[in-house]
Design a protein around this ligand. Structure first.
Ligand SMILES: [Fe+2]
Ligand SMILES: [Fe+2]
Length: 197
């Protein structure tokens, strides 16, 4: 996938979030938005103009747009089968989101079996897992704040299999195999971004 620059402003993307995502579930989207923007910035510092921060941020913001709209949430397997399917496409088309970016978003759910064929798609896959993991680490902090989470504590918790067992570490570690970013660096970038949310 060539570099795609999204021309839809954030306020329109946010309206879509407000339409389909309850206030309680929006924080995860804002975290992903911040993490993606920070990661695009990181790549741009290495190779100026190689990625578009706004495009990455909006893909983070909208990546779970269908999640709460899927019926039958009690059956996790069936739910994951639906997540990032036709409903995602339908919602994103409401704001004329480009097809290639819709696919990049859909590819973050492995069940859909859509190849992660861009840096953006690869980043979203790793960032999605990591933001959830960092939130889990923040919950065991005395003040329960992301601001109190340290890079080292996140790295240490990765190794505790029973901690936040639902988060697949392998998804996060694809930053090394697919993006060439050491996990320590990814944590530094995403945690730093989440602290500003
Ligand atoms: Fe998702
Ligand atoms: Fe997500």
């Amino acid at each position: 996938m060539n570099l795609i620059i999204l021309h839809i402003p954030r306020e329109i993307c946010l309206k879509l979030v407000e339409k389909y995502v309850s206030p309680e579930s929006r924080l995860h989207l804002f975290n992903a938005e911040a993490g993606m923007a920070a990661l695009a910035k990181y790549f741009n510092e290495i190779e100026p103009g190689s990625e578009d921060e706004h495009t990455w941020a909006m893909c983070g913001l909208l990546h779970d747009i269908d999640y709460e709209q899927i019926a039958g949430k009690e059956n996790m397997e069936a739910h994951m089968h639906e997540h990032c399917g036709p409903l995602t496409e339908k919602f994103l088309k409401e704001i004329d989101f480009p097809d290639d970016l819709i696919r990049a978003i859909q590819s973050h759910n492995e069940v859909q079996d859509i190849p992660r064929d861009s840096k953006l798609a690869k980043a979203l896959f790793a960032v999605d897992g990591l933001t959830g993991f960092i939130v889990a680490v923040s919950k065991v902090m005395p003040d329960k704040k992301v601001a109190s989470v340290k890079i080292e504590s996140v790295l240490k918790r990765f190794k505790e299999a029973r901690f936040a067992a639902a988060v697949n570490r392998e998804h996060i570690y694809t930053c090394e195999t697919e993006l060439g970013i050491p996990r320590e660096k990814l944590v530094e970038i995403v945690l730093g971004a989440m602290k500003k949310v």
